[in-house]
Write a protein that binds this ligand. Structure first.
Ligand SMILES: Nc1ncnc2c1ncn2[C@@H]1O[C@H](COP(=O)(O)OP(=O)(O)OP(=O)(O)O)[C@@H](O)[C@H]1O
Ligand SMILES: Nc1ncnc2c1ncn2[C@@H]1O[C@H](COP(=O)(O)OP(=O)(O)OP(=O)(O)O)[C@@H](O)[C@H]1O
Ligand SMILES: [Mg+2]
Ligand SMILES: [Mg+2]
Lengths: 227, 227
């Protein structure tokens, strides 16, 4: 259960302040599959970073399963993320000097899993996104959509309680997009809460609920009929 | 007029060789507006990099307006690109320690235009993509779609003869996507040849001709009826 109560967040830019999240109230229950849509610059990635305990906020409260997530030390925040969250970044954030399989295995390294075992599991997840043959490629030796799929495989590998995906099909053709969403639906059926930021309606139609962000506020929050 | 004759290109990966472009024959006439579609990993970005004189190829010939583009020195290649080409990269390639307006102005710096003048022109192009107020932001202080629009503005600023855009709307919501494609159509009406790699059908439907790439070969090349 993720609960945001009157969340405000601003960024400092030079001497100015940019007010990006302007009082967000949001509840996402365990096992829900929701999408977040909205124009470029409306605050979607910022909102996802708050949910993902990757960034703080200025006022309001964020409860993750009744635990208040506020002013956490980086050590405590990292511990939450590693144990409970999977995150697909809008710009993938792959480590450029590590191979695809090493990138996917990284969350298991943080969980202190031995190298041979974590590379074996990582190869299974690469295979799941169709990239077993690219295990030894560096990110710079991968296409845009391949990099995105490596980021997706990495986010799945710890079987997180909550999956946060920022435009996970942005670089993918429609066939590969459907395969990725099918993977997210299958982990959702197994109990993972899934939150997808997307600007594609075909993707949001595959989720149970669509939250519309506009200028830093939720302007609409509707269940999808019959999915 | 861009003419590719039996172009082959492979990448070395460790001890192996990955054959990516497997005999590409393609002619794009002056002032055409074409899209290139195909699955993730099919070779679209590689093909665009060859057209954009950003990368070489192993066999065949590439003629840019009857000039053979083969084995060029980096100096000569850069001179062609700066004078004739605009390129929107799939991962934007913005300079992280320069502001949005400085990034957009960069091609004019290469053309030796004075700083005040090039920043003035750059601001006009930023305004055209809706980002005048973000001129002083660094790329890390921009949303994904804002970074993409800065990359687009930068590609337009030299009024190139040929515009090559790799998934230029991948990070944009539908409204902003339409605005970007409208900008590309307007420069096309002014005579610029436009080549767009996209995986979105709504985008390809706005071009005159759709080229389908599959496993490194052109499997289909059709004119769009009535656009
Ligand atoms: N520098 C490189 N070294 C080795 N292999 C590479 C390199 N760059 C790309 N590749 C490989 O070449 C193939 C084609 O890549 P390319 O980037 O052209 O695909 P694409 O059609 O643009 O895909 P996407 O839609 O995912 O962006 C892929 O299998 C990729 O792994
Ligand atoms: N580090 C930062 N410093 C200053 N401003 C920022 C920073 N990161 C984001 N912003 C600004 O905050 C606003 C919201 O950004 P955000 O990345 O959340 O948008 P978004 O909805 O994800 O957009 P997109 O669809 O383009 O990815 C934008 O106006 C952006 O310029
Ligand atoms: Mg974003
Ligand atoms: Mg590509």
């Amino acid at each position: 259960m993720l609960r945001l109560a009157d969340i405000n967040k601003s960024y400092a830019v030079g001497a100015n302040k940019l007010h990006v999240l302007k009082g967000i109230d949001l509840e996402i229950g365990d096992g829900e599959m929701v999408s977040i849509m909205g124009p470029s610059g409306s605050g979607k990635s910022t909102l996802l970073n708050v949910l993902g305990i990757l960034d703080g906020y200025d006022s309001g409260e964020y409860y993750f399963d009744e635990t208040l997530i506020k002013g956490l030390s980086e050590t405590k925040a990292a511990s939450y993320r590693n144990r409970l969250l999977g995150f697909v970044f809008q710009s993938f954030n792959l480590i450029p000097f590590k191979t695809a399989v090493e990138n996917v295995a990284l969350p298991l390294y943080y969980q202190k899993i031995a190298r041979r075992r974590r590379n074996k599991i990582a190869l299974e997840y690469l295979d799941r996104v169709g990239l077993a043959d690219w295990a030894g490629h560096l990110p710079g030796e991968l296409s845009g959509g391949q990099q995105q799929r490596v980021a997706i495989a990495r986010s799945l590998i710890t079987k997180p309680k909550v999956m946060l995906a920022d435009e996970p099909t942005g670089a993918l053709d429609s066939q590969t997009s459907r395969e990725v969403i099918e993977i997210l639906r299958s982990i959702n059926r197994e109990g993972t809460t899934v939150v997808i930021v997307t600007h594609e309606h075909e993707i949001s139609e595959m989720t149970d609920r669509v939250i519309h962000l506009l200028d830093g506020v939720i302007e609409r929050d509707k269940n999808n009929g019959g999915s």
